[in-house]
Design a protein around this ligand. Structure first.
Ligand code: FE2
Length: 359
């Protein structure tokens, strides 16, 4: 199995002086060596039911402060979680409490299953997502999120909603020797200048837009149910008007790229550039919310005034339960929510829309 050279999208690079990390392949070799470490799973019960490492010990993070005394001190410990963030906190705690040989599993069990041992289950294991790289590329100046989605075996990628500075994308492509199969816009953006034309000029990859886009520059039109292949993967199109008329939600296996149709905790406003709260309600109810609850949701924005967490992703199930727009009691309440209480329209949104449609 090929190991992608781009960093795992869920894992923050280690800081200097941080806890020791062990990589997935290194751990696999150690587990089958002469002195195997004890894997310690610090996830809650619900997550453990989805996947676990054989021969491990379960000690959830919230019980660690009171129960760490039961862990062996004469054996190396490798602490793990889903994606490698909380396990560092746990490893740091154990090192602070006198355990001499502790490491955290880099990338967590998700990365371990992906690059070291495919017999270990993955959270989103539906047979389609097992060979996929998803990199989230935030733009701190605008609070926008772009995505690099690639087949790591074929080294073929797509870029979704690129920003006007395309160096992060061309850099990622060059470093990993990726071929770019397409540039996709989820919709005509009104809040930032898009980078599709600059990225097309740099790579010659085609630009894909909704058939409803009024854009005049050369592009390929996408309709409901169409698929764009990249390597052995494909992105499937759902037409989800509401935030704009030309909005698409893009599905790759168990992941959806929702643009501004569905944000984490909210939905994109519907009062700019041909938006419609009625259309948004129907797009959500008829399409997006009918996907499996485990479907991972990757939005086009994060709160500009909030710190970006390591992993800005949610699930359909979580959003159904917690999203402020989705938990309105009925259609009428949703329409009221989407039409009242929003901040003033951005001053220059129509100029940005025109610029994005011109190229
Ligand atoms: Fe938008």
């Amino acid at each position: 199995m090929a190991s992608p050279s781009v960093p795992h999208p869920y894992v923050r690079p280690p800081r200097a002086g941080a806890v020791p990390l062990v990589g997935p392949k290194e751990l696999l070799a150690q587990l089958y060596g002469d002195h195997p470490p004890l894997p310690v799973d610090i996830r809650p019960d619900g997550e453990r039911a989805r996947a676990r490492l054989p021969g491990d010990r379960h000690l959830p993070l919230d019980r660690l402060p009171t129960e760490f005394g039961g862990l062996p001190r004469d054996r190396p410990l490798v602490v793990y979680d889903h994606t490698g963030f909380r396990s560092r906190q746990a490893a740091e705690f154990l090192l602070d409490h006198g355990f001499a040989d502790v490491a955290a599993l880099e990338g967590g069990i998700e990365e371990y299953a992906r690059v070291a041992d495919p017999t270990v289950g993955r959270y989103s294991d539906d047979g389609q997502g097992a060979e996929l790289v998803v990199r989230q590329l935030p733009r701190a100046d605008t609070g926008c999120l772009s995505y690099f989605v690639g087949d790591p075996v074929a080294r073929v990628a797509l870029i979704i909603d690129p920003g006007h500075d395309v160096t992060p994308y061309t850099g990622a492509l060059a470093v990993g020797h990726w071929k770019l199969a397409g540039i996709l816009e989820t919709h005509t953006h009104a809040d930032h200048l898009a980078g599709h034309s600059a990225l097309h000029a740099a790579t010659d990859a085609p630009i894909y837009l909704s058939r409803r886009s009024p854009a005049q520059y050369p592009h390929r039109s996408l309709s409901e149910g169409e698929a764009v292949p990249f390597g052995s993967q494909e992105v499937v199109v759902l037409e989800t008007p509401g935030h704009t008329r030309d909005h698409l939600t893009l599905r790759v296996g168990g992941q959806i790229f929702t643009g501004d149709t569905l944000l984490l905790g909210s939905c994109g406003r519907t009062d700019l550039d041909g938006g419609s709260p009625d259309a948004l309600w129907e797009s959500l109810q008829d399409k997006v919310l009918r996907l499996p609850e485990s479907t991972e949701v990757y939005p086009a924005h994060y709160g500009a005034h909030h710190a970006l967490p390591d992993r800005y992703v949610s699930t359909i199930g979580f959003e159904k339960a917690h999203n402020e727009a989705l938990t309105q009691p009925d259609r009428a309440a949703f329409l009221k929510y989407m039409t009242e209480g929003w901040p003033p329209k951005p001053k220059d949104f129509d100029r940005i829309v025109r610029a994005n449609l011109d190229g």
